[in-house]
Each structure stands twice: as C-alpha cells, then as structure tokens.
Design a protein around this ligand. Structure first.
Ligand SMILES: NC(=O)c1ccc[n+]([C@@H]2O[C@H](COP(=O)([O-])OP(=O)(O)OC[C@H]3O[C@@H](n4cnc5c(N)ncnc54)[C@H](OP(=O)(O)O)[C@@H]3O)[C@@H](O)[C@H]2O)c1
Length: 236
C-alpha cells in the first residue's frame, strides 16, 4: 500500500490533534497546521514517539499569503486528505458583536476552508482516494442563541461542503462534513467553563469517525453527519 498523507488544520490541540494522532496510528503521514508552533511541535513529537510520521507548519489559516506559501511548499506532492478543523468561537448577542468579530469568525471558520481546499486541490487530485473533511458543528442542524456569527459560518461551511462534494464527485474526491456537538477540547473549556463532561463528545471519537470516512473505498462517500453525546440537550 502506498503511504497516504494528510494535511490537518488546527492540529496543535483538541479535535485536530486527536485526528492527527488517529491518522498517524493508521500509518498516515500527517502535516500539522496551526497558529502556535510549540503546540504543533509537541503533537508532532508525540506522533513520532508512537512511531508515526508528522511534519508541521505554523501559520494562520486566515493569512492568504501563508496559505499560498503552504501550497507552494507542497507543490509537487500528493495530498490524500485535507481536514479543515481549525476554528474559533464567539458567544455574543448580535448587538454586542462588532464587524471585526463577525469578519474574524467568518474568515477562520468559512473562508479559510474554502481557500485551503482550492489551494490544495491540485495535490488532492494526485491521490487515488482523496478526501476533504470539514469540521462543522451541531449548530448546522439546531438553532442555539448567542452564536449567530459562528452559526452563519458553520452553516456556510455546510453549504460549501455540499456544493464542493457535487463539484468534485466526477473526480471521485469525497467532501464530507462532520458536525460535532459540544466536545471535550480546550475550545469548549474556554467557552463553557465547568461544563458537565457527560454532555461532551470526546475528540478521539470524532477522530475515529474522520478515520472511518478517509478509509472508505475509492468511489464511496457518506452524507454529512453529526456526532454528539446522548445526554446533550440543546439550550433554549
Ligand atoms: N469544542 C467544541 O465543543 C466544538 C463543537 C463543535 C464543533 N467544533 C469545531 O471543531 C473544530 C476544532 O475545535 P476544537 O474544539 O478542537 O478547538 P480548540 O481546542 O480551540 O482547537 C482549535 C485549533 O485551531 C487552531 N486555530 C484557531 N484559529 C486558527 C487560525 N486562524 N489559524 C490556524 N489555526 C487556528 C488553534 O490553534 P492555536 O492553538 O495555535 O491557536 C487550535 O489548535 C473547530 O472548527 C470548532 O468550531 C468544536
């Protein structure tokens, strides 16, 4: 079997890190992308210690020049998997949300996956079984107050996922969104300090599902899906 490669954004912690570890355990060569080099280095070291192979690139996914440079760096390489996992959150009432905050949430959660998918498409086209996985959120299927900007971004990402899946279907490139409910990551700890862990999905479980998607046979895909704790009750 040829060695497979994955580019994973937001791989320094939380869900992206768990996906990187799961892929590496399956023998997939990973490139870890995120803002903070020390976190990426720690994750890459952990993968190496477990016998896997990981490189890393510290960049802000909202920085177009940095993303273009990543594309140039990978110019001649095959990428089998792109996981758009980097994301940021905002809990705020509409009237308290500035234009700058709105722009940031849209840029990181929606615009960046769009541009990364476009930049790495030539690399994905070299693969004989390519996948793009976009990490969404349960807010794509339930409406929760005080997350209007985040919801707009993730619902936009769902639309992007569906349209791109249709566009790339003739090339047998699958594009799938995995939409977690509240997950046990640093983001959730920051957003909901002290939350009951029973209502959280573990990042390793999300990673397991991501691995299941990327190991589907060529020509097979699945619909977008949510993944959440059975004890999670959406707030009113
Ligand atoms: N946690 C939840 O409850 C939950 C639920 C549903 C969906 N999600 C989604 O799941 C994904 C992963 O979230 P998580 O919970 O694992 O969050 P996390 O623990 O905060 O991890 C997010 C990662 O994304 C990176 N990142 C953020 N902004 C970035 C940027 N502009 N450029 C590059 N990297 C950036 C962060 O890097 P640094 O650490 O270097 O800043 C961090 O490593 C996100 O898309 C999030 O919206 C999370």
């Amino acid at each position: 079997m040829t060695e497979r490669t994955a580019v994973i954004t937001g791989a320094g912690q939380g869900t992206g890190r768990a996906i990187a570890l799961r892929f590496a355990a399956a023998g997939i060569k990973t490139m870890l992308v995120g803002r903070t080099e020390s976190k990426l280095r720690a994750a890459a070291d952990e993968i190496a210690a477990l016998g896997g192979e990981a490189s890393f690139r510290a960049l802000d996914v909202t920085d177009d020049a940095a993303v273009a440079a990543l594309g140039e760096r990978l110019a001649d390489e095959t990428v089998d998997i792109l996981v758009n996992c980097a994301g940021d959150w905002l809990i705020a009432h509409l009237q308290d949300t500035s234009n700058e905050q709105l722009d940031h949430i849209l840029r990181v959660n929606l615009r960046a996956p769009y541009i990364l998918s476009r930049v790495l498409l030539p690399n994905l086209r070299r693969s004989d079984n390519a996948s793009i996985i976009n990490i969404g959120s349960i807010v794509t299927s339930i409406s929760v107050p005080t997350v209007t900007a985040y919801t707009a971004a993730k619902v936009g990402l769902k639309g992007l996922t569906g349209s791109l899946a249709a566009e790339l279907r003739p090339e047998r490139i699958r594009v799938v969104m995995i939409s977690p409910g509240p997950a046990d990551t640093p983001m959730r700890e920051a957003a909901s300090p002290g939350i009951d862990k029973a209502v959280l999905v573990q990042p390793e479980t999300i990673a397991e599902m991501a691995h299941a998607v990327v190991t589907l046979p060529r020509g097979i895909t699945t619909s977008d899906f949510t993944l959440h704790s059975l004890t999670f009750e959406p707030p009113d």
